[in-house]
Design a binder for this molecule. Structure first.
Ligand code: PEP
Ligand code: MG
Length: 569
């Protein structure tokens, strides 16, 4: 029977494919006494062999997708699987105690994990996590339950998951992953942003998703309307295939604007940038007509690997982006780790409210060596293009001053070492915390530019978690409180002769664009796939005609009032 479920439209487009559930299986089992230890050992070896074959494939796939360094973790997993010091005691236990393979595996691996975890050495502690991963894979095979491998999918599927972590998503191969649907999340959660970067449709925040759909169900994702249809009839499939064609045709039409400037109908020019998460994304940014990179989320360079990237590795990645962008502005944001962006190899304290905790610039200032490494790599890479640096989550002026001081110190050290760099790098901040928006006039005297991060600014201003679908109604870009702050920030920048951009997803929202244009926003940065549409919208707007409406819009009472008003201009 055809079923429709609704969620939040997270990434445009339509996909039709079978579902693939990404979930951790239950690995519960009973301890049993076995009659034939030799047969049990053989069963263990069979599970070990399949696990190894899978890991070999995943490693190969990851090397192609994300690079050999990042794939090294799977090599470590393979080593665990073939380590006689681990496998020996398991087979001994089956033989001597007459217990089932599951139990022997669990007992022995638990013992090793405990030993490693208690060592005063980070490297060995990480090995405990490797053993656990590998143990679960082998256990799943012993129990005959599916162990999900997002990196191994080799047929066209739509992924279903309760939630997707950034470390799941770095494994995705868009050739096979046609789209995804999650139970948790909002339009600005990182999985949604990634879907837009990969240009695959996604719907997030679909309640009861995992309880409603089985593996292998034929599914349509409508990422434009935020809806999914399970077991569609032939008629519905045909209708959506038509829509798919229409969507592709529209995309082709916009492609003619790729090399055009972004100019309103009355001749006012702005800059349209792309938000990227890795050097790989530059190609799509340029193909989609980006005039700049308005936000390079560098924290993704720290993910999907098993140790911090070195200064040299970072230098290479930043240089690659800068070279490919040439003279086009490239705004690199220093790492925004913490919140939902955790690193498996970093022992961060568990926090009750990670979004209000030690994240982004707070973490960078707390771990200055790590921060200095990133700054050095960036400063050195500045010779290769038009680099601008910005700090995330600035809440106070002291934080900016402290971060800027470290930046200057690293510049001085590099100068003393005789290393070349551009000594005119602009240093700005993200405005994504209300305290900073309110104090924008003071900040504007010291920073070179602002980039308004509405994804976080909205969540902190309305106290509505951007990931939580239960409060999605309070996550209101058009709330006059947000618009007033945006205006304050733009005006404050202009008063000091600085520029103001926006790199939150609001910058690409159809109804927000006229308001932002009329308020004088200088740079709009968004998911690459929204750029051409936004260029087309701006070309049809007259800034001078909208300007007189701004005061009226800012005095409206609710987000609904704003949307109604703007849609009638
Ligand atoms: C923002 O908060 O608006 C932003 C662009 O940063 P991120 O989405 O990475 O938090
Ligand atoms: Mg943010």
């Amino acid at each position: 029977m055809t079923t429709e479920l609704y969620g939040i439209a997270a990434s445009d487009g339509i996909a039709i494919a079978k579902t693939y559930r990404l979930e951790s299986p239950s690995l519960l089992f009973d301890k049993t006494t076995i009659e034939d230890p030799e047969a049990e050992i053989e069963r263990l070896h069979a599970a070990l062999t399949v696990s190894m074959q899978e890991l070999e494939l995943i490693k190969e796939q990851a090397e192609k997708q994300i690079g050999p360094k990042e794939a090294a973790i799977f090599g470590a997993h393979l080593m665990v699987l073939s380590d006689p010091e681990l496998i020996g005691p398991i087979t001994e236990k089956i033989k001597n105690d007459g217990v089932n393979a599951e139990f022997a595996l669990q007992e022995v691996s638990d013992m090793f994990m405990e030993i490693f975890a208690s060592m005063d050495n980070e490297y060995m502690q990480e090995r405990a996590a490797d053993i656990k991963d590998v143990r679960n894979r082998v256990l799943a095979h012993l129990l005959g339950v599916k162990f999900p491998n997002p990196g191994l999918i080799s047929e066209k599927v739509i992924l279903l998951a309760e939630d997707l972590t950034p470390s799941d998503t770095v494994q995705f191969n868009p050739e096979f992953i046609q789209g995804f649907v999650t139970e948790i999340g909002g339009r600005t959660s990182h999985s949604a942003i990634l879907a837009r970067t990969l240009e695959i449709p996604a719907v997030v925040g679909v309640k009861k998703l995992m309880a409603s759909l089985e593996d292998g169900t034929l599914l349509i994702i409508d990422g434009i309307e935020g809806k999914i249809i399970a077991d569609p009839s032939a008629e519905i499939i045909e209708e959506y295939e038509q829509r798919q064609k229409h969507f592709a045709a529209q995309k082709d039409e916009l492609a003619s604007l790729k090399d055009a400037a972004t100019v309103s109908s009355d001749g006012f020019e702005v800059e349209l940038g792309a938000n990227i998460g890795s050097p790989k994304d530059v190609a799509s940014a340029l193909e989609n007509g980006a005039e700049a990179i308005g936000l390079f989320r560098t924290e993704f360079l720290y993910m999907g690997r098993d140790s911090f990237p070195t200064e040299e590795q970072q230098f290479e990645m930043y240089s690659e982006v800068l070279k490919r962008m040439g003279s086009k502005p490239t705004v690199v944001r220093t790492m925004d780790i913490g919140g939902d962006k955790e690193l498996s190899y970093m022992d961060l304290p568990k926090e009750l409210n990670p979004f209000l905790g030690l994240r982004a610039i707070r973490l960078s200032l707390n771990m200055p060596d790590l921060f200095r490494t990133q700054l050095r790599a960036l400063i050195r890479a500045s010779v290769h293009g038009n680099l601008k640096i910005m700090f995330p989550m600035i809440a106070t002026l002291e934080e900016f001053r402290q971060a800027k001081r470290l930046f200057i110190e690293e510049q001085e050290k590099l100068a003393a070492e005789g290393i070349a760099f551009n000594d005119n790098i602009e240093v700005g901040i993200m405005v994504e915390i209300p305290s900073t928006a309110v104090m924008a006039d003071v900040f504007a005297k010291e920073v070179d530019f602002f980039s308004i991060g509405t994804n976080d600014l909205i969540q902190y201003t309305l106290a509505a978690d951007r990931m939580n679908e239960n409060v999605a109604h309070l996550y209101q870009p058009f709330n006059p409180a947000i618009l007033r702050m945006v205006k304050m920030v733009i005006d404050a920048a202009h008063k000091e002769g600085k520029w103001a951009g926006m790199c939150g997803e609001m910058a690409g929202e159809e109804l927000a664009v006229p308001i932002l244009l009329a308020m004088g926003l200088d740079e709009f940065s968004m998911s690459a796939t929204s750029i051409l549409k936004t260029r087309s919208i701006i070309s049809k707007l007259s800034k001078a005609e909208i300007e007189p409406h701004i005061d009226a819009i800012l005095s409206l009472a609710t987000a609904e009032d704003v949307k109604n008003y703007v849609s009638k201009i």
